[in-house]
Design a protein around this ligand. Structure first.
Ligand code: HEC
Length: 270
């Protein structure tokens, strides 16, 4: 094998194993996630997500690396940002912080709410989407809520009025394979857990009391929110995608001319 071929093979193997590594980091054993319906080039979805993030999440969480005026990148005007999305005391160049101090947060919650600017890069879009679908009622937990994606999380289900309340559905199986088969058949979010006595349980959530939104509306709402969280983790990526499209178009046009030139040169030889 030539040296070049070997270098190419090694770099291909490396990039494959790195890719597999990051996918594994996101998908915990036994946890099956539904794909998040997001499109980071959809400005309207990002605007709805930004509004919902500010209304429902910024009360406890910060986004301290995100400035309000960056929202102009997703099509909002400075007036829309200051009038609809900010408190009167803040300036448009400020970052998204909250009034709650870390000391208060520690007093009120067993685990403090982390900053969410880069959360989508840590957890991934699918994880976040399913996390916001995965809350269910649990009388045994301090907040009254639990989560199938993040067991025993200290965050209460702040969107329950919209989503309604879910209950946990647990089905037991004698073998791991059967439980995993049922998880695939169930589609969407589920978790397979080992139980004492060598049994396996398939955990899913089901609506108990409906909220103000239908299931489909809530899924779209959470999709917008996750789209925004993903955008916020790397705002510049949208510019890269746009530039990439321009470059491909340019290469397409260049190809037409290069091909015409080639035919012109070879015309007499054929
Ligand atoms: C009432 C306060 C409160 C509100 C409002 C709130 N959260 Fe949380 N959140 C918390 C707390 C507390 C934690 C830490 C939980 C833990 O580590 O057990 C948390 C944790 C999280 C995590 C997991 C962080 C990690 O990787 O460990 C995510 C993601 C998250 N919140 C997203 C959101 C989103 C999105 C919203 C808006 C829809 C929101 N939160 C609204 C209190 C809140």
């Amino acid at each position: 094998m030539s040296k070049l071929a070997r270098i190419l093979l090694v770099s291909l193997a490396l990039s494959l194993s790195l890719g597999a590594g990051s996918a594994l980091a996101q998908a915990e054993a036994g946890l099956r996630l539904a794909p998040a319906p997001v499109n980071r080039l959809d400005d309207e979805s990002l605007q709805r997500g930004a509004r919902d993030f500010i209304n429902y999440c910024l009360t406890c969480h910060t986004a301290q690396y995100m400035r309000y005026n960056r929202l102009e990148d997703i099509g909002l005007t400075p007036a829309e940002i200051t009038d609809n999305l900010m408190f009167a005391t803040q300036k448009i160049g400020d970052t998204m912080t909250v009034a709650m101090t870390p000391a208060d947060a520690e007093k009120w919650f067993p685990a403090p709410p982390p900053d969410l600017t880069l959360e989508a890069r840590v957890r991934g879009r699918d994880w976040l989407y399913n996390y916001l679908l995965g809350f269910y009622r649990d009388e045994k937990s301090a907040s009254g809520w639990n989560n199938i994606v993040f067991p025993n999380v200290a965050m209460p289900h702040v969107l329950w009025q919209l989503s309604g309340t879910n209950k946990l559905v647990e089905t037991e199986f004698e073998e791991q394979g059967k439980a995993e088969g049922a998880a695939i058949a169930a589609k969407g979010l589920s978790r397979v857990e080992e139980k004492p006595g060598g049994k396996y349980a398939l955990l899913t959530v089901a609506t108990d009391v409906p909220g103000t939104m239908t299931r489909a509306q809530y899924e779209a709402f959470v999709g917008d929110l996750v789209n925004y969280l993903d955008y916020m983790g790397e705002p510049i990526k949208n510019q890269r995608i746009h530039l990439g499209i321009v470059v491909l178009l340019f290469l397409g046009v260049l190809f037409v001319f290069a091909y015409a030139l080639k035919r012109e040169y070879w015309k007499d030889l054929h």
